[in-house]
Design a binder for this molecule. Structure first.
Ligand SMILES: Nc1ncnc2c1ncn2[C@@H]1O[C@H](COP(=O)(O)OP(=O)(O)OP(=O)(O)O)[C@@H](O)[C@H]1O
Ligand SMILES: C[C@@](O)(CCO)CC(=O)[O-]
Ligand SMILES: [Mg+2]
Length: 421
């Protein structure tokens, strides 16, 4: 039997995670924060289907759902008073999973309903998302997912004007990804989806459009995940309680953090300065920012351990995100030997932490129909499966079911080779 497909070929959408460099918590009070994109990304393989259904496969979090497109609710801005109310609109035929899959399914239903709305629902497709970002560790895995999903749905409905999700399309992608973040978090500040959309380094003030710092500096950092679970909500509430008790003291700290973000923006935008000089100034403000967050009560003994281990080697670290556990960042200066970084990594691992060496400031969302120099996505995939292993067992019955199964089972090392730009 020959499967009938609509006239489009498979494509890959990718979006980066984020790292808050300066300004967490202060950003809640209207102060500036600086964040950059990570070179760890989420990748969505999107393939046509002949049966006109919509399938979402999320192997990292064990989700595989097949939606009959016509049973999905059609949403208008007036359908819900807030995206987080979407649960009531999920078709009865769909089993909403527990855990992280729950948010992902609700987000899909919401974004599909809004973005497809009155458009042609006969566009059958499968979206399979693989991510190199740890889930729930403060590195913006949800924003990368939401940006990749929004860009996919906008592409499928012909709402993107430029091939590859160009500058002119990013505002729209970012806007929908923000609604996706609202499904999960209620009141996100918007910094994560902005970084995942635009990439680079951003200065962000709540309620204002983000400013791309257009920096030519790429920062090498070591991210240490303490693996200590944290509650962003509780930590934000703790700072608020402290501020209620000591308004002028806490406001002074928040103002200092704001000044740090402004200094950082100036450093990122500086031209012609010696890189070693910039790194030293950056290390100063990393140390000061961490100290201020400590005084706000959002550090944790695991984060202090990261700080101690790196300070013993003259490296500067700070917590990133909400604190109370989660991740810390350490600036890796250009002059440091790889072996020295390895020693630090081993010491962190002996504490039960895990580390990612990464570069901050790379590209934002991208859509590609050919990757890694190959003519088509399928060609890349076939070669990657041959090289790395993976299963092409097609349990779907769809012509692209084998390709999806292959992508779903590729090892992370193969996914990290995929850098569509
Ligand atoms: N690999 C993935 N595949 C599918 N969905 C994912 C994936 N990673 C994250 N998600 C979605 O993002 C949600 C996790 O988002 P959450 O905001 O709690 O953590 P985070 O974005 O990693 O951290 P933070 O927002 O603090 O930076 C998951 O519940 C899921 O909906
Ligand atoms: C603590 C905080 O500033 C960052 C959490 O990643 C909260 C927020 O901005 O919504
Ligand atoms: Mg998130």
């Amino acid at each position: 039997m020959v499967a009938m497909h609509r006239e489009w070929s498979p494509f890959v959408v990718s979006a980066p995670g984020k790292l808050i460099l300066f300004g967490e918590h202060a950003v809640v009070y209207g102060k500036a924060a600086i964040a950059g994109s990570l070179d760890m990304r989420a990748y969505a393989l999107v393939t046509p289907r002949a049966d006109n259904k919509a399938r979402m496969v999320l192997p990292d979090i064990d989700v595989d759902v097949l939606f009959d497109s016509h049973t999905l609710p059609l949403l208008q801005s007036t359908s819900l008073s807030h995206p987080s109310e979407v649960e009531a609109l999920v078709p009865d035929s769909i089993n909403i999973p527990e855990g992280p899959g729950r948010t992902a399914v609700l987000t899909f239903v919401y974004l599909y309903g809004c973005i497809f709305a009155e458009r042609d629902r006969n566009t059958g497709f499968t979206i399979c998302v693989r991510s190199l970002l740890p889930v729930g560790a403060g590195l913006g895995s949800s924003a990368a997912f939401n940006v990749a999903l929004s860009a996919t749905l906008l592409q499928l409905t012909g709402q993107l004007r430029e091939e590859g999700a160009g500058a002119g399309d990013r505002k729209l992608i970012n806007q929908w990804a923000f609604h996706g973040e609202q499904v999960a978090h209620g009141t996100p500040s918007g910094i994560d989806n902005s970084v995942a959309t635009y990439g680079g380094f951003l200065k962000y003030v709540k309620g204002e459009p983000s400013v791309n710092l257009e920096s030519s500096h790429a920062l090498r950092v070591l991210i240490t995940n303490t693996n200590v679970p944290k509650s962003t909500k509780a930590l934000v509430a703790g700072v608020r309680a402290l501020r209620d008790q000591h308004p002028s003291v806490v406001d002074g700290i928040l103002d200092s953090i704001h000044s740090i973000s402004i200094s950082a923006a100036a450093l990122f935008q500086s031209v012609g300065e010696d890189e070693a000089y910039l790194e030293r100034r950056m290390q100063d403000i990393i140390r000061i920012n961490h100290g201020l967050l400590f005084t706000l009560g959002v550090s944790h003994r695991s984060l202090e351990r990261v700080r101690e281990i790196t300070a013993a080697r003259d490296l500067a670290s700070k917590l990133t995100g909400a604190g109370g556990g989660g991740c810390a960042l350490t600036l890796i200066p250009g002059g440091i030997a790889g072996d020295d970084v390895e020693v630090v990594v081993r010491e962190m691992e002996s504490e039960g932490f895990c580390c990612y060496q990464t570069v901050v400031g790379g590209g934002g969302v991208a859509i590609a129909r050919s990757v890694d120099g190959r003519a088509t996505v399928e060609q890349w995939l076939a070669e990657a499966i041959a090289r790395h292993g993976g299963s092409s067992a097609n349990s779907d019955g769809d012509a692209y079911g084998g390709a999806v199964a292959g992508f779903a089972t590729l090892p992370a090392a193969a996914i990290s080779e995929l850098k569509p730009q």
